[in-house]
Design a binder for this molecule. Sequence first.
Ligand code: ZN
Ligand code: ZN
Length: 359
Amino acid sequence: MPAIPPIPKTMRAAVTRGAGDVRIEEVPVPPYEPGLVLVKVAACGVCGTDIHILGGHMAPTWPPHYPFIQGHEWCGTVAAVGSACKTALKPGDRVIMEPTIGCGLCQNCRQGSYHLCLEAGKKGGGYKLLGHTADGAFSEYGVAPPTHLHKMPDRMTWEEAVITNQVVIALHALDRGRVEPADRVAILGPGLLGLSVLQLARAFGASRTYVTGRGYRLAIAQELGADVVIDVTKEDPVKVIMEDTGGRGADLVVECAGPPEAMKQALALARRGGRVVLEGINGGKEVPFPTDRIVLDEIALIGGRGSPNCYPRAIQLIMDGHIHTAKMLTHRFPLADFREAIRMFKAREDGVMRVMIEP
Ligand SMILES: [Zn+2]
Ligand SMILES: [Zn+2]
């Protein structure tokens, strides 16, 4: 095991000071006593949500204050364990951080739905979403409660650890939508979430998969095993999938895109008696739905968010070879180049999928 370096007083961090204003600064290493674990961050993924938070589109919910340290897809090596932590974790262990922290006391938390904690949004409540409502780790160190640090298998790479943060969301979407053997599964949106849903659906026994979207990401979907990819700029996905299924439609549709048009398509693609999981959010817009279709064709319309109770299973699925992370984690940047990383991720340059920062 490599030696654990002594913990310094200060660290480098990408500090968000206001909408669109992020600077690399020297800040105090976050306190971890008594109940938190201090982690030397090895990598932190840049997520689409980070772009919105940085742009100020979600303030004052995310972040609730400035200055703020973003970054919720992080992993690293345990540097110190708070004296009151009940945990087997010890310095030197490699861990993946799970960002959603429920209060642990409300009825939803006690039923395992800590991502739907009833204290969320309340000032001073126990709910936290690290990197959104409390500091994350585009920084050299991060802190989290021991319950939200998942130990990495020895042979897991940092790249795989970063991608785990998307696989967990895909896994929860499929927990909600229940892939059954021989299901035909349609996935709207070939982003990292859609590609994760695709690979898991195949692992869970889907007999045929469809991915709709545009651009270079569709080619990646094909490489990852999608049976049919549909470029929405050239073809109508509803027409293509209805024809391909003999007019029946998909058993399960997982919408990972967000725009109202995709939401409506998702419903139109489902077979009679089919299931639709909506994962995208579109900023509060109302989407008109043909409710008669939901009733008369018994469509189960299901929302999904976050990744409760998913990390250990996602780690296992990745280790068992069901997710090809190399096609998903495409770029690495040192913390000093944080702004360049954000710029190229936003511009979708160079076939970018996931970017990771190595502080
Ligand atoms: Zn994210
Ligand atoms: Zn709660």
